[in-house]
Write a protein that binds this ligand. Structure first.
Ligand SMILES: [Zn+2]
Length: 165
């Protein structure tokens, strides 16, 4: 219905603007006629069935006899669609990044850390209310490996500061 022409451009001359299509100057428009931009799309050229529109430094064409208000509505709708697609893509990317971080510590890793640390807090030696603590927090790129894990009791883990571990 409304198509953008990426290769088209509107060049500014002294008292007029020139629509350049495929490298060829195709239409000139007095600058006073383009003053409405960027508030409203401006029809630059009628060529056979096609009308070429300039709006916000982009050039579009259509062949359904749209009004300036129609073109504006379609451009805004397209921008909203692009924005929604971007938001969804970023959300999907963030979710994909989260998944491996939230993965539970593998059982064999837990056993290895438990054995290595003697089942006690490496800070105070308590065996009460012990937790697996990430030396480098998962949120900062730490891994669920024995090298990056240690046993801390809850009070020592809390006094370590932060809640990232
Ligand atoms: Zn402790």
């Amino acid at each position: 219905m409304l198509r953008e022409i990426k290769s088209a451009r509107v060049e500014r001359r002294l008292l007029r603007y020139v629509l350049v299509l495929a490298g060829e100057p195709r239409a000139t428009v007095a600058r006073r006629d383009l003053r409405a931009q960027p508030a409203h799309p401006v029809a630059l050229l009628h060529d056979e069935d096609r009308t070429y529109w300039a709006f916000e430094h982009r050039v579009y064409w259509e062949d359904t006899g749209l009004s300036s208000a129609d073109v504006l509505a379609l451009v805004r709708e397209r921008q909203r669609r692009v924005q929604r697609t971007l938001e969804r893509a970023h959300a999907a990317l963030a979710a994909a990044d989260e998944r491996p971080r939230r993965r539970a510590i593998p059982r064999d890793v837990r056993l290895a850390v438990f054995e290595r640390d003697g089942g006690r807090c490496v800070e105070c030696g308590s065996s009460f209310d012990i937790q697996y603590d990430h030396v480098i927090p998962l949120a900062l790129g730490g891994a669920n490996t024995a090298e990056n894990l240690q046993i801390l009791c809850a009070p020592c883990n809390q006094s370590k500061g932060g809640t990232l571990g």
